[in-house]
Design a protein around this ligand. Structure first.
Ligand code: ZN
Length: 280
């Protein structure tokens, strides 16, 4: 069975919302070091970073019902996953210098789907977040609310690396979140204005079956990472008090996208993305 077949099988959740089969972990990642720092598996390198929203093949295609959808003119298999279009980013791990503030789109997605460790790509064991982020969450959402994150888990072995290398956690502390359940509920991405094609700042957008899902908004979204929701959380500063990631739940499989309209409509009314946004 190929890796994509395994993924498809995994994506078919059973009625109880549990995964049909455990997702495969990526090949064991060779640890890369840059100036004495361990480079996490999900970190993008300078040779990989690009402005995904200014891809010349990216257009808004009109549909007979009056809606518009974001598509690549030469869309390839696998570029639409979880019911949303994914930004293109080449894979060249280790080429150039690490961009520690940027996650590689494909590797972030791969690690979250496999519930892997964002640093070594082994099995993930803990949800880790900066204390400042947790404090803001408590102030805005209140204790007991679901917590959304696009940070993949870490393993216990990599925890000291993660907390010592991140300037925020090193300076202001961190917490480990014990969740009763967790679910892939959304994507981090850019939403295009349906008339002008301009993209806004990155934001979380809900997937089909998740709370606040808006099909029209998702159809205008270019994804760059998966978002996980943790439920029934307690926060800890001692990782020994946290048993693991919690029970995984799956959203129902996304519906099939509508078939493309007739070619004459596509070429006549397609909206080209006018100019690149900055700050990707
Ligand atoms: Zn690890």
């Amino acid at each position: 069975m190929s890796r994509s077949d395994r993924r498809r099988r995994q994506n078919r959740a059973d009625r109880a919302g549990r995964p049909a089969a455990p997702p495969p972990l990526p090949q064991a990642a060779e640890p890369l070091v840059y100036r004495g720092m361990t480079v996490p598996y999900v970190t993008a390198y300078s040779a990989e970073v690009s402005e995904a929203t200014s891809d010349p093949d990216l257009v808004l295609r009109p549909y007979p019902d009056g809606s518009r959808r974001l598509v690549f003119l030469n869309e390839r298999p696998g570029e639409r996953d979880h019911g949303v279009l994914w930004g293109r980013m080449r894979s060249a791990r280790g080429e150039g210098v690490p961009a520690f503030a940027s996650l590689h789109t494909g590797r972030q997605k791969e690690i979250v789907e496999a519930a892997g460790c964002q640093i070594c790509a082994g099995p993930g064991e803990l949800w880790l977040t900066p204390a400042t982020v947790w404090k803001e969450y408590l102030a805005v959402r209140g204790a007991g609310a679901p917590f959304e994150t696009s940070d993949p888990p870490v393993c216990r072995t990599c925890l000291p690396t993660a907390t010592s290398q991140c300037p925020n956690m090193r300076g202001h502390g961190w917490v480990v979140l014990a969740a009763k359940t967790w679910t892939i509920t959304g994507v981090r991405g850019y939403v295009a204005d349906p008339e002008r094609g301009l993209f806004g700042d990155d934001t979380n957008v809900a997937l089909p079956g998740a709370r606040n899902h808006d099909p029209a908004k998702l159809a205008l979204t270019l994804a760059k990472g998966l978002v996980v929701t943790l439920n029934s959380i307690t926060a800890h500063t001692d990782p020994a008090r946290v048993r693991g990631l919690g029970q995984r739940r799956e959203l129902p499989p996304p519906p099939a996208p509508p078939p493309p309209p007739a070619p004459s409509v596509v070429t006549a009314y397609v909206v080209r993305i006018p100019n690149p946004r900055t700050g990707d």
